[in-house]
Design a protein around this ligand. Sequence first.
Ligand code: ATP
Length: 229
Amino acid sequence: MSLIELKNIGAFYGPSQALFDVSLEVDEGEVLALMGRNGMGKTTSVKVMCRMLRHSSGAVTFDGRDMADLPSYKAARLGIGLVPEGRRCFANLSVHENLIAAARKGAWDFGAVCALFPRLAERRDQAAASLSGGEQQMLAIGRALMTNPRLLILDEATEGLAPVIRQEIWEALAKLKAESGMAIIAIDKSLRELGQVADRAVILEKGRTVWSGAFNDLGAEETDRYLGV
Ligand code: ATP
C-alpha cells in the first residue's frame, strides 16, 4: 500500500481550475521527483496533499486513510512535513528556538537535525534572520524533520542558492534517504540534482500527470517534451 496516493485529482482556485487529473503515489522509503515547467501544478498538488487546498474530484489517501475532510493541521499530525517554497522560519527566533518550536515526539530531535546539518549547531543561538540563504534552507528542512514526519515534501528546496550549498543540501538529503528511509517528494528544476536521490518521477503538464515511471527511465524525449524551455 502506498503511503500517500493522489488519484485523478482535480482542484480549483476560485473559479479557475489548476488541477485536472493528477495521479501520483509514494511508498514508504521512496523518493519521488515531482516535475514539470512553471505553473504546471506542482505546488498546487502539494497544497492538496497538505490539505491547504481541497480537491474537487478524485481521492487523496495517506496510509490508506481518506484525507477529504482533514484540516491541514491534522495532515501535519498524520505525518506530512512540508518545506514550503521560500523557506519560512521565525526570523526573530534563534536556530535552536525555531527547531524546538516545531518539535514532535520521535527520533528527530535537535541533536539529530544538527548531525545532518552541522552548520545549524554552529549557529545554534543566532537569529534565523541573520543566517545565509542556505543555512535558512537547512533550518527550514530541520523544522520539518523536527515534526518527525513519515513523508517529507520539499518544494524547490535549493532554489536560488549557490551551487556549493545546493550540493551540501542534496548530499544531506541522500544521507537522509539512506539512513532514515523516510518517504520524500522533491520538487526541483535540476534533473541532475534530483537524480542523486530520486527513485521515481512524475511529470505534470497543465494540471495533468503526463508521465510517471522510474527516474532512470526518463529519457531525452520526455525531458525535451515536458521539461525543456
Ligand atoms: P512553479 O514552478 O512556478 O511554482 P507549479 O508547477 O508549482 O509552478 P502551481 O503554483 O501549482 O504551479 O500553479 C498551477 C496553476 O495554478 C498556475 O496556472 C497558477 O497560475 C495557478 N495558481 C497558483 N496559485 C494560485 C492562486 N493562489 N490563485 C489562483 N491561481 C493560482
